[in-house]
Design a protein around this ligand. Structure first.
Ligand code: ARG
Length: 459
């Protein structure tokens, strides 16, 4: 029978049950629900609502059920219960009878679900942080394996200036570090305990809300009962954190799909993270990367869906809010998988350093160096830019690189160009000139790499 059966003369229709029941998905919060109930039973005992024996019996049963939940031994489907809260209460009543019927004193599923879901999110935030650190570790490791490698840097997907491959890796490290710090911000706001807020107005029983919060590892109790039961900002923030991080993963995937293409040929992906074609025997497709990019759709969708669900809701709890879970549960599992597979992809990546170097040297990526060289000869940059542009035109005309033009050709464009231009046009020269904080020189990149490795060990 439903928890609320007393007032009803008739049963729910089966279609209503299908729309209304959340047990098929909120069963993932079973352990958290039981944890919340253990703390609530202790609070009720302290408030004189439960005897010590009753509390002990409840705690023992709930602890046993937690072990069963962890072992996957609970048969949720067969119970026919509406949600995880009614499932746990019904199972307790089965075991303990009237003692269990006292547990819901002063509590509502509204403050219960808000508490359970915060506990669930908190736990997953902790493991997602580990996943993010895993991707950072893999980026630092592939960067360390190819510290000397130089690749073309792009703007507008046109070769722009050569950069160290490690510099590219470190750019993604910055993004994933921001994702980590966003999760830390979320943790601070998330960590307030709704229990004791009742259905919406608080509870009449003198439970110690500070003690409950502390016991459940919260920083303190939520300060307003209406807000406590109707706030889902912590879910929205999680979905935003996931969306931003998935966007980072997607850009990483996009770069790597291009680097892996036959046209670029900068890297090869491992057999463990690629698949073949059923028709074309030669194919080795970057499916893992494409899925990292592709799964953004459902994750961004979950954020949008919950924002829209929440925007018109009057205070306090409304059943619409039950829609917060499926998108969030799916998002957490997709984000987790994508972070893990990103690590695997990076670990299995073999960079073709010679090919990278060749590509970096093509496309007149040293034209900026020529303009800067002319600045060194006392020519204003804008004039130097124009001269370098004309040299590029000449090189295109002759079908060669700038550094392959004889001095006479270079001097035909600008008499200030001398023999000393040639070292300036070498690939490493331009890269290592960018020796400023945040730049791509070997020295700055190596320093940044070691700093990040050090930080990683501390996290
Ligand atoms: N299953 C609900 C949810 O996930 C919690 C129950 C609150 N139900 C209620 N009738 N007040 O939001």
């Amino acid at each position: 029978m439903a928890l609320w059966g007393g007032r009803f003369a008739g049963d729910s229709s089966s279609m209503f049950k299908q729309v209304n029941d959340s047990l098929p998905f909120d069963q993932v919060m079973a352990v958290q629900d039981m944890q919340g109930s253990i703390s609530w039973s202790r609070a009720l005992a302290k408030a004189g609502v439960l005897s010590q024996d009753e509390q002990q019996a409840l705690e023992t049963a709930l602890t046993e059920m937690q072990a069963q939940a962890r072992a996957g031994e609970l048969d949720f489907a067969a119970s026919g219960e509406e949600d995880i809260h009614s499932f746990v209460e019904a199972a307790l009543i089965d075991r303990l009878g009237d003692t269990a019927r006292k547990l819901h004193t002063g509590r509502s599923r509204n403050d219960q679900v808000a508490t359970d879901f915060r506990l669930w999110v908190r736990e997953h935030v902790a493991s997602l942080k580990q996943d993010l650190n895993g991707v950072i570790r893999s980026l630092l490791s592939v960067a360390s394996r190819h510290q000397q490698a130089i690749i073309p840097g792009y703007t507008h997907l046109q070769r722009a200036q050569p950069i160290h491959f490690a510099h590219w890796c470190l750019a993604y490290v910055e993004m994933f570090k921001r994702d980590l710090s966003r999760l830390s911000d979320l943790s601070g706001r998330l960590n307030q305990c709704p229990l004791g807020s009742g259905a919406l107005a608080g509870t009449t029983y003198p439970v110690d809300r500070y003690a409950i919060a502390e016991e459940l590892g919260f920083d303190g109790p939520c300060l307003n009962s209406l807000d406590a039961v109707s706030d889902r900002d912590f879910v929205l923030e999680l979905l935003f954190c996931a969306s931003t991080s998935m966007m980072h993963l997607s850009r990483l995937a996009e770069d790597m799909i291009f680097y892996n293409s036959g046209e670029a040929g900068f890297l090869q992906l491992g057999d463990t993270v690629t698949s073949g074609s059923s028709l074309m025997p030669q194919k080795k497709n970057p499916d893992a990367l494409e899925l990292m990019r592709g799964k953004c759709g459902r994750v961004f969708g979950a954020l949008q869906a919950l924002l829209v669900t929440m925007k018109g809701l009057p205070l306090a709890y409304n059943k619409d809010m039950q829609e917060d879970k499926e998108g969030a549960i799916d998002t957490v599992s997709q984000w987790h998988c994508c972070l893990c597979i990103a690590s695997e992809v990076l670990d299995s990546t073999a960079l073709n350093e010679a090919r990278c170097r060749q590509a970096a040297a093509q496309g007149f990526a040293n034209a900026t160096e020529l303009a800067d060289y002319l600045v060194g000869k006392g020519i204003p940059f804008r004039t130097g830019h124009d001269i370098a542009g004309r040299v590029v035109l000449l090189a295109i005309d002759k079908g060669c690189a700038i550094e392959d033009l004889p001095l006479t050709d270079l001097q035909s464009v600008c008499e200030h160009i001398d023999e000393d231009v040639y070292p300036v046009l070498q690939l490493e020269y331009g890269v290592n000139q960018r020796n400023i904080l945040g730049g791509t020189s070997a020295e700055t990149v190596t320093k940044a790499l070691y700093q990040e490795l050090e930080q990683l060990d501390k996290r």
